[in-house]
Design a protein around this ligand. Structure first.
Ligand code: HEC
Length: 157
């Protein structure tokens, strides 16, 4: 019989330093409404992209309204939570200093969607060839209905 061998495991190597964040890909999303990548992760995503920060402006062509009914619209709230559970939030939130903010900014007041041009909204809704800038939602029809309503609103329909 072999003598009993006492396992002699060496301690795990000391990784040292701060933990390395696991950054999401450009179009990665978390599974559930209400989820979002942490601020630290978002900041790292923006830092890694390494581009100049930008600022947003109203591109809707409509005057801002602080009592805008869209602020309480369940569809608008749904869209916001769909965006926020994806890495999109990182580069499209002003506070992180991302370069995408000029194109649309979740912090644009009073209604963030007004910071997106009609073209950007058509990209977001997947009507163009810019697939990586289409929102990866499970309900593209719902997204498109919202964007179509927004385009009608901008045209005064
Ligand atoms: C790493 C940063 C980053 C992430 C993550 C990111 N974007 Fe962007 N986005 C940008 C930048 C920068 C621009 C400005 C255009 C450019 O330089 O590509 C932009 C522009 C856009 C536009 C406007 C396109 C146009 O031609 O008007 C859309 C729509 C868009 N992004 C959607 C998304 C969606 C949807 C996601 C998530 C699936 C996302 N982005 C994630 C940085 C990002």
């Amino acid at each position: 019989m072999f003598p009993m061998i006492l396992a002699c495991t060496s301690p795990p190597p000391d990784s040292g330093g701060s933990p390395v964040l696991d950054l999401p890909e450009h179009s990665e999303c978390l599974p559930s409404a209400g989820d979002s990548y942490s601020d630290a992760i978002c900041q790292a995503v923006v830092d890694e992209a390494g581009r100049q920060p930008t600022v947003s402006e109203n591109k809707s062509g409509m005057p801002p309204d602080w009592t805008d009914p869209r602020l309480n619209d369940p569809e608008y709230r749904w869209l916001t939570s769909e965006v926020k559970r994806c890495a999109c939030r990182c580069c499209h939130t002003g506070a992180f200093g991302g370069a995408g903010v000029y194109f649309w900014n979740l912090e644009h007041q009073p209604v963030w969607i007004d910071s997106a041009s009609g073209w950007s909204l058509s990209v977001l809704g997947g009507w163009t060839d810019e697939d990586d800038q289409t929102l990866p939602t499970d309900d593209i029809d719902r997204l498109r209905a919202l964007i179509e309503a927004e385009m009608d609103r901008r045209q005064g329909n």
